[in-house]
Design a protein around this ligand. Sequence first.
Ligand code: NAG
Ligand code: NAG
Ligand code: NAG
Length: 577
Amino acid sequence: MDRRNPSSCGRFTLLLRNLFIAALAYTFVVEVLHIYQTGTISPFSKGPPKKSTGKGSKGGSLSGGVNWRLRPATLVESINDAFMGKRPDVDTYANYTRLVETCRGSLNGLEKMRNVYDCLDYLTHHEDDYFFLPENRPSAADPSYKSIEDAAPHPHTISEIALAPFNFIILELFVKAYLYTQNIPCSRLHIWLESDGFPNAVPDMMKDPLFAKFLPLVERGDLVLKAWKFPRRIPLPKGAIAEDPAYTKSLVGRGSIRRASGATKSPKTEVYIADGVVRVEDGSEWLVLTERQMTFLPVAVSDAVRFVVLHLYGGVYMDMDVMLLRDMRPLLLTPDHNFAERWAVHSHPGDYNTAVMSLNANTSLSSYLVRGGIRMGLNFHPRIIGRMAWKDGRNEEFAMFETGLFDPIWGEFNWGREGRCTVPCFKDYGVAFQGTKGAIKDEWESYDGEPLSERVYQRELELRSRISDSPSSSPDEAERTPVKALAMDLDVTYGGKPYTLKEDKYPPNNRTLENFFRGAWSYHIHNQWTKHPQPNSWFDIAQKAHDGFFLRGRKNVYGESWTGPDIPAYDRWPEFD
Ligand SMILES: *[C@@H]1O[C@H](CO)[C@@H](O)[C@H](O)[C@H]1NC(C)=O
Ligand SMILES: *[C@@H]1O[C@H](CO)[C@@H](O)[C@H](O)[C@H]1NC(C)=O
Ligand SMILES: *[C@@H]1O[C@H](CO)[C@@H](O)[C@H](O)[C@H]1NC(C)=O
């Protein structure tokens, strides 16, 4: 996990096929909202904490009046954090064909598209069917790959990107889930900040007190803040224009050269060879945006930037409200890692969704998608772009992965599910934040495993309250130590009632990440920007797992320990006390 610890995989960070995460924050809308809501310009301002209403509880407490400080974190006897087993070898490729055919079925029939349970079951239990080691291992291919020490922070590592209106809560969850699951020495997280309208976005972010907990990661190079300025010119790979039928009409015949309008200013001679395309003296070809197009960009930015960034740098883009659950590397290492997710409701082979999208940089396909969006009046809506690609017969190059891989519950309320519900069974996006008893009906309906053995915690509760009553009492050491550890930085003083499970509104339960959409690469939160996870909700469980990992007490899903810089824990939300 430690990037200072050179591993075989640290050797090829510069490889274009590496995992590269960039998060792009569309701060424009958020800024306006934040100024309105909080009176500050900081995108991270949380606004005044909500007053507890005390509804349905005694003593003004949402927890039911019990001493929440003594609430056990879980009922599970021994949590299996390392449930994924060993991390896939750094050279592992995913077989896209297997993933598509098993989770979708045939191209025309889409027989399996609606059966997310079976897809996740396959992803969980049949890695050996869809993962393989290529004959020519990428790590052996180029001995000149620089080691990570030289590379960090290196802007040319490739990326996963996230673009979204974001707030601090979502950003923190994204970054921590990324660090918790990804092959850190081989990946880089790029957070793109909209800088056309906010020239100081990056320095401002670096100074923001709420961003301070991430500065060690910026320093170490795990996280790279990048200023996004929409380029006026976008480089094209050679031959891309000549092969694109959309340009055959406007392609200027040899000899009849139109001067670029700005040619007099430019030291280099360049000519328009087609609408919006110039060729420079050195033979390079560029897409050139007009002034008029540039003025429309603020509107188009959120959909457009992901395509342009991926064309320029390659890697994978992710919306900020996507929570990573597994190592993305095998999906990104394959030589043609061009994919996006299906737009859940639709069964049209052109209906992509780009909340998760991966492209090789500077390719015929990536430049084709960028050109298409610009030609269609800067319309980068994924379904518009996708249908264009389908009409032009290019969707075979652009794999469409089923929602089971990245957003397993999207189909649940949009179209008739076939087969069983997922584990856990969610019927809407809000429930992941809910921790009240019985809030998620039948969440275990599809769980077939043995129920996890639950801790007999009565004794622990007793010990805990003994500590709160008389901290100086000395029960025998064997009993005392774990409780002491638990209570060490815990202020257990409380004016209300002692803790009892029955009266706790957010009682501990048997949720663990092990049973959270096992098999899926990510879970998509879908715009629940303002929600805070209630104690013992699924997200609270995830956050505790992250915090335990960064505090070096717990392992991640691959059984690894955190060796990086200290990272402060998630904030807690006093509104639930
Ligand atoms: C990937 O899966 C397809 C379909 O099952 C199979 O034909 C192909 O040989 C597999 N490729 C590799 C490299 O294993
Ligand atoms: C894109 O690819 C072309 C070759 O097709 C190459 O000449 C050019 O330098 C590349 N541009 C970038 C930005 O990598
Ligand atoms: C969790 O508890 C419920 C009953 O409350 C049970 O149906 C379910 O199987 C348990 N799940 C696990 C993973 O133990």
